[in-house]
Design a protein around this ligand. Sequence first.
Ligand code: S3P
Length: 446
Amino acid sequence: MATQLMSIRSGVLEGDVRVPGDKSISHRALILGAVAVGETAIDGLLESDDVMCTAAALGALGARIERGDDGVYRVQGVGVGGLAAPETVLDMGNSGTGARLLIGLVASHPFTCHFTGDASLRARPMARVATPLRRMGARFVAPPEMRLPLAVIGTEMPVPITYRLPVASAQVKSAILFAGLNTPGVTTVMEPAPTRDHSEIMLGHFGAEVGVTETNEGGRVITLAGQPEISGREISVPGDPSSAAFPAVAALLVPGSEIVLRGIGINPLRAGIYETLREMGADISYRNRRQVAGEPVADIAVRAGALRGVDVPPERAPAMIDEYPVLAVAAACAEGTTRLNGLGELRVKESDRLTAIAEGLAASGVKAEEGEDSLIIHGAGGAPPGGGRIESQLDHRIAMAFLILGMVADKPVHIDDASVIDTSFPGFAELMNGLGAEIREEPEAA
Ligand code: S3P
């Protein structure tokens, strides 16, 4: 059911909070737990719609996953190669990550799986995973444009491949590596530019043999020795830096604010937003740095202050690919112009995010120019007009970003359907309101 929210100008934001667990790491912890031998205990798992779709799919494939009263998820794994043919269609909801990673995982098993998802997921390209997985021996039955719903006919005799990614995508890289788990020999992925390396880190944490080397051209080569005996582990999932970026930007923009976000993952391949915001003049500091399950974690302290426009280098896009909606909001309030380039991948996210951002900015009275793979935003140097009605287009990050804009705008911002926020950040409005925001449900139209 659609939930219409409105966000009105906020008072000072103050507090010390945790955001929900990292979405990328949560999917991977469940998947590797499902194919490890024995029990994996996951603390801090993101309990969002996307991650629950992955958990349900892994259950249908034979893993047992239970949530304890302590909030810890315990996964009884079946061992590499031990997954069983599901009796149901695997419905991945809104989750591109869940769909692509699981399509890879099952491709090297001798059974057929049917995948589907919501309208947003059914519009997203799957050829990027089908092409390398076909080379490993899997077959696909899918619409001509290779989208969901589709069937993966897994192979009994998977062959290891060496594959150069045509796009910088951690989902494609991970799909191939996860297919490589039940494949004899060494599977190799070459990436033109480094993308989030949670799969590599977690495979190593589970005891698989993973090699990572840097190339002279700035890319990486990742190898995985197939059919490893991986055994259950304890995993603590850090707070999601992509979710943390929303309260962080809000605290930068609402004058007088000061907040601390506890236990956030600061993997450099995810933290591009914080680097960019600092270049814009933001007062953001990492405190109490530590290492959790091979991932760097810190508390992030944020204090409000004026921002200025910047040029964001296209090479940084993989490290902040999900943060352009909220960056656009920061840029809308900054002094001067912000230029964003190398944004082609935004067109195939949960929505065509480039157009969704540009339309949202226009509806909020912010001047912006949308190019094929670029966006130029002319900052208001303070509060933007706001007052728009934003179509979230089944995209959680569009909904959250414009709710943040409403917190600083002259007039309230309305979101047509904010229920999709639960795919990544359940409790978003409550957390923001706890810091001092005023995000409310719209009264029913008469
Ligand atoms: C993700 C990778 C990124 C990102 C997505 C999560 C992952 O997608 O946008 O939210 O967990 O691997 P791409 O691999 O398509 O860039």
